[in-house]
Ligand binder design. Structure first.
Ligand SMILES: Nc1ncnc2c1ncn2[C@@H]1O[C@H](COP(=O)(O)OP(=O)(O)O)[C@@H](O)[C@H]1O
Ligand SMILES: [Mg+2]
Length: 253
């Protein structure tokens, strides 16, 4: 089972879009895919038309329930999507209270790792969408995964935030005693804008091969796809955006 975490401490950089888009393509290739929403804002859940406020169970319950029941609960919480092999573990707002509630308890960093271990025969891919906050949820997502994707908007302000995220990864890698396989994914790239090109060049020069050698373009079809509650590869398979995420997926394998 491949577990990929999509993280950046900055919001609005394309984390949720990356999670949904890669998940959609994988599911269309008949892979069994689980998308985990760990963001209290529940954007990933809303993307698929799951009303977070109506839910009685969510990612939150995995964290607050006794260890023995966590994996069963995880399977119990899953929401289906338009794609037969694509499932969502949805988020609720109370996830925002987890840090206060459990942050200091020891062993809380490995809740997701253990819960996923117990369902490793059920899925081929697990993609974890992170909140833009370094807390117990992001720590769990980083500990559980074997690959990290860091979407970053190709503009200078976003690059500043990236330094912070890469520093976080360094610290986390040391404290978890785990080598991270991280790839920076330049997103919302507008090739007509010089500043975007400059930002991309500076990503490549600052981070070298840690930066994906291609980019995800700005594409209005992403917004339309989210309004249609459908991953872009199903909504607009011939769009530039769908093509770019297919290319990204190929480079990840
Ligand atoms: N490549 C893209 N082109 C155009 N719009 C995009 C692109 N990627 C994301 N968006 C839009 O930008 C907004 C923020 O993206 P999102 O994936 O929710 O970011 P994050 O999860 O990092 O906060 C959303 O409205 C999304 O539809
Ligand atoms: Mg998001």
């Amino acid at each position: 089972m491949h577990i990929w975490t999509i993280a950046n401490q900055k919001g609005g950089v394309g984390k949720t879009t990356t999670t949904v888009s890669l998940g959609g393509i994988l599911a269309q290739q008949n892979k069994r895919v689980l998308l985990i929403d760990t963001d209290p804002h529940a954007s990933l859940s809303y993307y698929f038309g799951i009303d977070s406020e109506e839910l009685t169970k969510s990612t939150y319950d995995i964290f607050v329930s006794p260890m023995a029941s966590r994996s069963e609960l995880l399977l119990d919480c899953l929401c289906p999507t338009k794609l037969d092999t694509l499932f969502v573990l949805p988020a609720t707002m109370n996830l925002a209270t987890l840090d206060r509630k459990l942050g200091a308890q020891s062993g809380m960093g490995l809740v997701l790792t253990k819960a996923l271990k117990a369902v490793e025969n059920e899925f081929d891919y697990v993609l974890i969408d992170c909140p833009p906050v370094l807390g117990v949820l992001m720590v769990n997502a980083l500990a559980a995964c074997n690959k990290i994707l860091v979407p970053v908007q190709t503009e200078f302000l976003a690059l500043k935030g990236l330094d912070r995220m890469m520093h976080t990864l360094e610290i986390m890698s040391k404290s978890l005693n785990k080598q991270f396989d991280a790839l920076i994914v330049p997103t919302m790239f507008d090739k007509r804008v010089n500043a975007a090109l400059d930002a991309y060049k500076s990503l490549r020069s600052d981070y070298g091969d840690k930066t994906w050698k291609s980019t995800i373009p700005v594409d209005t079809r992403f917004r339309e796809a989210s309004q249609a509650q459908t991953p872009i590869s199903l909504f607009a398979p011939r769009s530039r955006g769908a093509y770019a995420y297919t290319k990204l997926l190929t480079s990840l394998r």
